[in-house]
Design a protein. Structure first.
Lengths: 110, 118
């Protein structure tokens, strides 16, 4: 049972826009910034979004993040086949004094 | 460039201990806290704890307290994560990582598969 709640799966067709949600509480998302990671099979997670909505250099602007209250979202527009991966949200939790992750969302490009 | 190179896969029996290493290069070793995250097969990411390579101070997730020990060797820029009293459910890929809040400084090791099997 993950502290942050994500839908287990999401899907879309090429060119579509998909959104992945991440729900937390006042001790994590509500008081700290959110990161999003993309994980391809058998590889380490790759940073996609930091500080709620900032993209590292090299990450396409098709990826965007937002945060409101105790929830965050990752949006992927112009969906491409190479976007098929697992996506995780993460934040620091002040009550647990540790980093917490969402359970992950498996994105399928139909 | 930043590199975190982890030790190889391990197979351990239930009740044994495992020690995974993470050798850092490409940055000032004592400037960034090292984190450990694990991922069981087909499961999500789970934060285990953190070590400050500068003074060696550690903080562990409550779930692992009493079973995990993180240490560092500043002469070789290496961090170690030892997990004891292994159970079948400890079978996972273990990652070391460094990251900061508010920047895109975020680097992970390649992962070390630890299999607990009798």
């Amino acid at each position: 049972q993950s502290v942050l709640t994500q839908p287990p799966s999401a899907s879309g067709t090429p060119g579509q826009r998909v959104t992945i949600s991440c729900s937390g509480s006042s001790s994590n998302i509500g008081s700290n910034t959110v990161k999003w990671y993309q994980q391809l099979p058998r590889t380490a997670p790759k940073l996609l979004i930091y500080s709620n909505n900032q993209r590292p250099s090299g990450v396409p602007d098709r990826f965007s993040g937002s945060k409101s209250g105790t929830s965050a979202s990752l949006a992927i527009s112009g969906l491409q086949s190479e976007d098929e991966a697992d996506y995780y949200c993460a934040a620091w939790d002040d009550s647990l004094n540790g980093r917490v992750f969402g359970g992950g969302t498996k994105l399928t490009v139909l | 460039q930043v590199q975190l190179v982890q030790s190889g896969a391990e197979v351990k029996k239930p009740g044994a201990s495992v020690k995974v290493s993470c050798k850092a290069s490409g940055y000032t070793f004592t400037n960034y806290h090292m984190q450990w995250v694990r991922q069981a097969p087909g499961q999500g990411l789970e934060w285990m704890g953190i070590i400050n390579p500068s003074g060696g101070r550690t903080s562990y997730a409550q779930k692992f307290q009493g079973r995990v020990t993180m240490t560092r060797d500043t002469s070789t820029n290496t961090v170690y994560m030892e997990l004891s009293s292994l159970r079948y459910e400890d079978t996972a890929v273990y990652y070391c990582a460094i990251w900061t809040t508010g920047t895109d400084y975020d680097h992970w090791g390649q992962g070390t598969l630890v299999t607990v099997s009798s």
